[in-house]
Design a protein around this ligand. Structure first.
Ligand code: HEC
Ligand code: HEC
Length: 212
């Protein structure tokens, strides 16, 4: 008896099978709300981020107080920060060498990956009346106008909520002393408006701030 042709191998079914698989894949992306190219970038970003993990944590949640978490940072901010390191506008002994060989596509893929990771909610509670005082300082100095009311950042402006205190304090001191590079000078003038004891208070407030 002649064996029957496996139905799955019939040309029509093969074609339909592929189409069905494509529709299925498309549906998965549609559910995730992501176009194909973005999904590809995300996977590329995940692969390229392995070299960053030793310092920034596997999913961008750093466990080293002087190294910033990248999870949940606005995508544009990450691209821009990487660009500034690569072009030598922002300098750091540890960070700069890792940007030398990155292409523009790498910057975008890495930014897409880290911006879509979830930042671990800070568990430490601020001491004393730091919440009220920190909030007063950030409102009085209009930090919220740029960094948003929930301090999660937007576009080219970084998220501050839940970032490591030691890192934030170092950056604020750097802006005040004009040693930390600043895209457009607005951060330097913002930090110069703060007294030294306010920098400490603000860093504590931001590090323990849980964005709603
Ligand atoms: C050897 C440790 C180390 C490695 C590896 C490393 N970084 Fe960094 N990164 C740092 C340090 C330290 C800083 C803070 C620099 C500063 O104080 O200005 C930083 C800062 C950054 C910032 C700026 C964040 C902010 O909030 O301003 C970005 C973005 C960043 N790194 C991305 C990456 C990416 C992407 C990789 C992998 C390609 C990577 N880093 C690898 C140590 C590292
Ligand atoms: C006019 C808009 C604006 C205002 C107001 C402003 N910022 Fe910023 N801030 C920025 C921008 C833009 C950057 C990114 C600068 C860069 O990387 O070149 C930044 C960066 C920072 C960083 C570095 C974070 C990181 O991950 O590297 C800290 C900390 C910060 N701001 C705190 C504050 C505080 C505290 C205030 C209020 C006293 C404030 N900012 C007011 C726009 C602003």
């Amino acid at each position: 008896m002649k064996p029957a042709l496996d139905a799955r191998l019939h040309p029509w079914n093969v074609r339909w099978g592929r189409t069905a698989a494509a529709i299925e894949t498309a549906a998965v992306f549609a559910l995730a709300g992501l176009p194909f190219s973005v999904h590809a970038g995300l996977e590329e970003g995940r692969a390229k981020s392995q070299v960053c993990a030793a310092c920034h944590g596997a999913d961008g949640n750093s466990v080293i107080p002087t190294i910033p978490s990248l999870a949940g940072q606005p995508r544009q901010f990450i691209t821009q920060a990487l660009f500034m390191f690569r072009e030598g506008q922002r300098k750091n002994e540890q960070m700069t060498p890792f940007t030398a060989k990155l292409s523009n596509a790498d910057l975008n893929d890495l930014a897409l990956y880290f911006s879509s990771q979830k930042l671990t909610v800070p568990t430490r509670k601020p001491e004393g009346d730091i919440v009220a005082r920190g909030r007063a300082v950030t409102e009085k100095n209009n930090c919220v106008a740029c960094h948003t009311a929930t301090l999660v950042g937007q576009q080219h402006i970084p998220r501050l909520a839940g970032q490591h205190k030691a890192y934030l304090l170092e950056q604020l001191k750097g802006f005040k002393a004009s040693t930390r590079a600043d895209l457009d000078g607005t951060m330097t003038s913002a930090a110069q408006g703060l007294a030294v004891d306010e920098l400490e208070m603000v860093a504590e407030y931001l590090a323990t701030f849980v964005a709603p």
